[in-house]
Design a protein around this ligand. Sequence first.
Ligand SMILES: [Zn+2]
Length: 577
Amino acid sequence: MTTKPFHKPGLEYSNDTVLYTGSFITVDDKLPTASAAVVKDGKFIFVGTKDQAETFLANNEISYRLDTQFASKTIVPGFIEAHMHPLGAALFTARFGYAGQIERTGEGGKVLTACLTKQELSAKITSFVEAHNSAGKKGEWLNLWGLDPLLMTDGTVVDRDYLDSLCNDSPILFMHASCHVCVQNTLALEKTGYSLDDNPTFVVRKNGRLTGEINEMPDILRAVAVGAFDLGSPQDAITAMVGYADSASRLGVTTMSDCGMGLPQNPYPLYQILADMPVFKARMAGYALLPMFDTEALKSFAGQDNDRLWVTKTKYLNTDGSIQGFTALLKKGETYYNGTESGHLHFDEEKMYDDVIHAHKLGMSISFHCNGEGCTDVLLDLIERLQNEYPQPHVRHCLEHNQMVNPEQMDRMAKLGVMHNLFGTHIPFWGDVHATQTVGPVRVKTLNPFQTSVQKGIPFSIHCDDVVTQVNPLFMMWGAMNRKCVFSGKVYGEEECLTAEQALHAVTLGAAFLMEKEHMIGSIETGKLADFAVLDANPLEVPKDEVKDIKVCATALGGEISLYSQTQTTPEVAEAV
Ligand SMILES: [Zn+2]
């Protein structure tokens, strides 16, 4: 344990002292397993055996309640998701039409089905258009999300002409699952004012005509500025976030992050309201977006942090794009496996330096978006320059995704003290398309090199990047332990699989470390916040292919228990509309 102070409490915790029994997997090296834990004022005050706990309570004259309801269950630290976009995920789920190729859960546990063929996709979009028109919204923006054209089984091209064929009297913005690309119909292109004068890298054209595909945030936000993706009122956002946190809690999540707090607007005041609401079942780590938050704004967070909401890290997004969107920056001279040219940096290195230097000088850690191998080189150069000019030995700069990182780059990361947060759900969902289209059958085996990270001693977590894929830590553990694609069942890179212990560490203490909160959360340990998930099977003991099928029976946030019975943890694939 470090001596770093806790934040002040964000909520009143129960005054009861409770002795819980069960099979605890603590993720604490000093005491890896335990059969009892005592919770008081939202924290663990003792972890060990039941006899030891009773002796401790008697010696300290603490009256308590014995709770044996989880005696036959496995109890692990509450899961921590160190890279997600919960506000976007919550609002998209609550307000926009999901037309993705992977099934996910919507508001109130409603299943959002997948569509994998042109027929299924067209039927789904048509139903959204009809609902839009019946609500009297003809002519207003129709917002759709979740598209990944590479996962369409019949190769359907989703462009402006396809969307026009389904709807030409309301502007449509259809966001890709990657959130780096969208496609718009003709009316939307006209309303926003895209033209052939725009940069063709980002506003795509073919045969001298715009295709409707818009790449990367700066140009996508132009449509948002003229009315697309209306996110609703603050009350809409609060309702959506409470519902979203409840869904995450049902999957054992106790701490969420906003790894890009500020996109497109600053949600911090909203998060402060949520952090005071007991019905909001999560802690929140905000990563302040750069350069939106200047030095004064960054400094102001420190005095306001509490154990339900903190902003101790920053995020820089304007680097490269996504691999499946073919916008990630590859090594110089390389192309994608299918011949597509490498993506580009959003801005040059000097602009990137100018955007982040104030956060580095303050000693705040920066999480850099990074997908392509070429981008890893650029960012390691940038971090080296920052550290040479203004040494900050304690910062934990982090490369987010860093999916194509190679062993030499990892050696450099280790030297520079840089960590990474690898994409936990990419191989399970995009393994096949990476093997056949983006990076090829050899390179796919080393994407997201989990095991090499362990071997090279690089601190890491794994993440879902919700809205990109749904938050679901047990499924993500399964993904990192099996590296199997759910579509074909093929395994990509057996050598990079994690053991169950390593995978559990990655979604608990590993994530806490990346958040710089390993003294507060991430393990079941005396003095830490009493966040835990109660499972119906032991993830260290079940066959590794069954980890995704483990059910969460209950989740505790600061000792406050929410009981769940029928939680579904395995996403179904290939359901028809
Ligand atoms: Zn992200």
